[in-house]
Write a protein of this length. Structure first.
Ligand code: APR
Length: 250
């Protein structure tokens, strides 16, 4: 069975109504990175940082996986599939993908401020997702999505979002490169390839394998040695077409 690695960024969730980062209406057009996504901000501006991720967690509970996420999950019918995502949402999981590596953390998890290996799934998150999808009001689940400023883990350590901030290491990057090196096909979807080391993942694949890239805008492909099949479409359309073709070819 051939192996497909699917490398995604914010663009794959754009058609679910989740803002990207660097598009004109993106997150970084409305927030300063240094205020909400650095270790220093967490120390000097904890309420603003915790609030920023509470807002994104509340929003995520109200979103759904889109056809791109579902198409990616459908590849598992005929391929060994590994998803490597820069996204901190859980929409790949909700669409049914089973092997997912999050490079930049997960909104649905918190971790100890002093012991980075103590990671905690937010209790009740899955139930809240199902209840909100069934039409219940998201604020009935504020207990789930709203991290209290002084929330602590069982050891008494203060908690923080399980998200990789700018300037922090990306512990899953090396494991992701090992996964990418075993790919027979690389699919890239919805990333500006602007943030490192994540963007270097495209160089971790064998040079003889095909690369498919789905994005309505053309990221810089000049440094990719592989043959690149560029599909200039939104993920919800381009990924569906691509995955249908890949399933036919399997
Ligand atoms: N379908 C597919 N791609 C889309 C869509 C869409 N509907 N809408 C936008 N895009 C593309 C944009 O053209 C762009 O190439 O998605 C990409 C979004 O780029 P960024 O906003 O830079 O997001 P991303 O590449 O995921 O950012 C990487 O930067 O801020 C950090 O940690 C954050 O993980 C994030 C990282």
């Amino acid at each position: 069975m051939k192996k497909i690695v699917v490398f995604t960024g914010a663009g794959v969730s754009a058609d679910s109504g989740i803002a990207t980062f660097r598009d004109s209406d993106g997150l970084w057009a409305n927030y300063r990175i240094e205020d909400v996504c650095t270790p220093e901000a967490l120390v000097h501006n904890r309420p603003t940082v915790i609030d920023f991720y509470n807002i994104r967690r509340r929003e995520l509970l109200q979103k759904r996986a889109n056809p791109a996420h579902t198409a990616i999950a459908s590849l598992e019918q005929a391929y060994e599939v590994e998803v490597i995502t820069q996204n901190i949402d859980d929409l790949h999981e909700r669409a049914g993908s089973t092997k997912i590596t999050h490079l930049h953390g997960e909104l649905s998890k918190l971790r100890s401020l002093s012991h980075a290996d103590r990671i905690y799934a937010i209790e009740g998150w899955q139930e809240a997702v199902k209840a909100v999808e069934a039409g219940q009001d998201v604020d009935c689940y504020a207990r789930v999505w709203k991290q209290a400023l002084d929330a602590k883990d069982p050891y008494g350590d203060l908690l923080r979002p399980h998200v990789v901030f700018f300037g922090e290491s990306v512990p899953n990057y090396d494991p992701a490169c090992r996964i990418a090196s075993t790919a027979d096909i690389l699919v890239v979807c919805g990333t500006s390839l602007a943030v490192y080391p994540a963007a270097s993942l495209v160089f971790a694949v064998r040079k003889d394998i095909p690369v498919y890239l789905v994005d309505p805008a053309r990221p810089d492909l000049s440094r990719i040695a592989n043959s690149v099949h560029f599909i200039q479409k939104r993920a919800a359309e381009g990924m569906v077409e691509l995955c249908e073709n890949l399933l036919r070819e399997a």
